[in-house]
Design a protein around this ligand. Structure first.
Ligand SMILES: Nc1ncnc2c1ncn2[C@@H]1O[C@H](COP(=O)(O)OP(=O)(O)OP(=O)(O)O)[C@@H](O)[C@H]1O
Ligand SMILES: [Mg+2]
Length: 444
């Protein structure tokens, strides 16, 4: 549902407009410029219906401020005096359109539909530009293999599962799969399964009939149908609830979308999934259906962690330097060898996303024309990495039996003291006798 902001200093008008629009829009209201700007900012609103005369405030000035903050906003001016000059002025200052008071609901709805359509188009164009910009950088053997695999499977309808740690480029891979495939002229729709509660996600995906449940105020075709002959990208599939997993499985098996409270419709969409969880472990823990897993995972593409392909830094770092020095209008030529060496030794728990953040920040901070070690701020990160490793340790051990943990710790301690029992026992805070006993027990 599109959000709309109504700004008028007459309470009665706000009330009647809200009544007219709340079926089709998520309505926000306020009676002054300050609140209006705040609402637009906090709720990311791009559609506004604005009274030209707001008490002492001038609607056109306010509109200019709104456009300064959100240049893509569609602002419709309401005016009680159908004075030609003020309407012309409003349009010249960037208004989407103007409408005279008293506002006729049918006319307003039509106008809003047009404005919303234009906003939608702008959004699509923006995301297309993003996609075009988002090239997959890197030519390490691991990435070459990923690119080859994308090329081999881009046109199949078999389930592709993209796995890999956070920030390794899973979404980028899904994008490439679609935009190089024979479905590239069809929609690409990404859904983050972790972002919505289960009940909402079901409605979003499968759609619903008007009246199917409270709050279903109109028919909603659902994302799967909207994706049509295109690609549906189910991101973070590991977070999907078991009940919804069954429904998804049924759809994948028979190719029919069952709208909540409605009929089944055949859809020829291609489904690509991604997760940073280990789904086999999730299956073992009873949190993921194995039959769904086999459906979505006919082909697996593993996005390798950056620390296993540090050779790619030679491409990624210059790429991000160029990207951000252009964005920030800085003339940065490159990175000095010492700084690059530091990066090569860093283990990037946040992978390419983290690498990008580090370079972005360095470009901002850099005062010369070459990024230096100091600009990278890696010392703090290296410390944090150690913490992360401890965290990971805790996670690894949290699923093991006490005995197995004890065995590992003893083994590690013995090795690190070159097999010397006295020192090992001392470091573990136990007697040599009990160490002796445990070595026997675990046949170390
Ligand atoms: N090979 C690459 N070349 C260029 N940019 C990349 C590459 N891999 C990742 N990125 C960039 O890093 C960021 C994270 O990538 P992406 O969102 O695809 O990762 P992800 O694996 O989906 O992460 P998460 O699991 O956290 O959702 C994005 O800004 C993306 O453009
Ligand atoms: Mg992702």
């Amino acid at each position: 549902m599109f959000k709309i902001l109504l700004v008028d200093d007459e309470k009665a008008i706000l009330k009647s407009l809200t009544f007219a629009l709340e079926q089709d829009y998520q309505v926000f209201t306020c009676d002054n410029g300050k609140d209006a700007l705040e609402l637009m900012r906090t709720h990311d609103i791009s559609l506004v219906l604005l009274d030209l005369r707001l008490g002492k405030e001038n609607g056109i000035d306010l509109m200019k401020k709104m456009l300064g903050h959100n240049p893509g906003a569609a602002i419709i001016i309401m005016t009680a005096y159908s004075s030609i000059e003020s309407s012309v002025e409003a349009i010249q200052a960037g208004a989407f359109y103007f409408i005279t008071k008293p506002v006729q609901t049918s006319q307003l709805l039509l106008l809003l539909e047009k404005a919303a359509g234009q906003l939608d188009m702008r959004r699509t164009i923006n995301s297309l530009e993003d996609v075009i910009r988002n090239e997959i950088i890197g030519d390490s053997p691991q990435m070459q293999q990923v690119l080859r695999l994308i090329d081999q499977v881009k046109d199949t309808k078999a389930g592709v599962l993209i796995t890999g740690e956070s920030g390794t480029g899973k979404e980028l891979i899904a994008n490439k799969l679609h935009f190089t495939s024979n479905r590239r002229d069809q929609p690409f729709i990404a859904v983050n399964c972790a972002a919505l509660p289960e009940s909402l996600l079901e409605g979003e995906l499968f759609g619903y009939k008007k009246g199917a449940f409270t709050g279903a105020v109109r028919d909603e075709p659902g994302i799967i149908r909207k994706a049509g002959k295109g690609t549906l990208f189910l991101d973070e599939i590991g977070e999907m609830d078991l009940r919804l997993q069954s429904k998804l499985l049924r759809f994948l098996q028979d190719g029919e979308v069952r709208q909540i409270g409605g009929d089944a419709v055949r859809v020829d969409v291609r489904v690509v999934c991604a997760t940073n969880r280990n789904l086999e472990q999730e299956i073992a823990a009873g949190r993921f259906r194995s039959d769904l897993y086999y459906r979505i995972n006919v082909i697996t593409i593993v996005a390798p962690p950056l620390r296993e392909r540090t050779g790619d830094l030679g491409h990624l770092v210059p790429y991000f330097i160029k990207k951000y020095s252009t964005a920030y209008g800085k003339a940065i030529q490159g990175i000095d060898p010492e700084a690059f060496e530091l990066l090569s030794r860093y283990d990037f728990p946040g992978n390419v996303r983290e690498c990008e953040n580090i370079i972005q920040r360095a470009v901002l901070l850099c005062s010369g024309d070459t990024i230096a070690a100091d600009d990278l701020n890696l010392k703090y990160r290296a410390d944090r990495t150690q913490e992360d490793q401890q965290d990971r340790c805790v996670k690894v051990y949290a699923h093991e039996k006490m005995k197995d943990i004890e065995r590992k710790v003893l083994d590690l301690a013995l090795r690190s003291h070159g097999g010397n029992r006295r020192r090992t026992a001392e470091s573990l805070g136990i007697s040599e006798r009990s160490l002796q006993y445990k070595i026997k027990e675990y046949s170390l």
